[in-house]
Design a binder for this molecule. Structure first.
Ligand code: HEC
Length: 151
């Protein structure tokens, strides 16, 4: 099972892998399961992220993350389908290396993590006690699950 960061830039491929593998994406040396449902960012972090989002992303993706023209929504069913069964680390890399579209890799890891926290909040994932860490490997074990487990 190889979900590389590069592959995740292909939305069609993500959709396909979600269909093929369903909920059974298993990686090697799996730490205790953590997902976006277990409270992986803080409310303060999401607040910082909201600010950064407004400055860096809203012009293309919309004030309410709903998308504008070719810039897709960053909240809702389509977005969650695209990212279902990937990890917070995958999404971090996608944002860090390709966004803002007009200035890729211009944001610090901390700012990207803050924006990701805001996106998680906007998608209905709960806040918790510990902030989303500012680098990809540190959040690679956090699974993105569109549906709340058992819910
Ligand atoms: C200049 C316009 C522009 C800006 C600014 C911008 N984006 Fe994007 N973004 C796009 C476009 C267009 C796409 C779709 C094409 C692509 O993937 O490159 C996209 C795609 C994405 C995706 C993939 C969505 C999916 O469902 O797979 C994410 C995530 C994303 N952007 C996040 C961000 C974040 C976070 C910021 C702010 C840091 C940002 N973008 C800033 C234009 C922009």
């Amino acid at each position: 099972m190889m979900i590389s960061t590069k592959k995740n830039s292909g939305v069609w491929l993500l959709a396909a892998s979600a269909v093929v593998f369903g909920g059974a994406v298993v990686t090697k040396a799996q730490p205790p399961e953590r997902s976006v449902w277990s409270g992986v960012y803080t409310a303060e972090q999401a607040e910082r992220g909201k600010q950064a989002y407004a400055e860096q992303c809203a012009a293309c993706h919309g004030d309410a993350l709903g998308g504008i023209d070719v810039a897709p929504p960053l909240t809702g069913a389509t977005f969650l389908n695209n990212w279902n069964n990937t990890s917070a680390g995958d999404l971090f890399s996608r944002i860090k290396t390709t966004m803002p579209l007009n200035a890729p890799d211009s944001l610090s890891g901390r700012t990207v993590a803050d924006i990701e926290a805001y996106m998680f909040q906007a998608n209905g994932f709960p806040a918790g006690e510990v902030a989303l860490p500012p680098s990809q490997p540190m959040m690679a074990g956090v699974k993105i699950q569109a549906q709340k487990p058992g819910g």
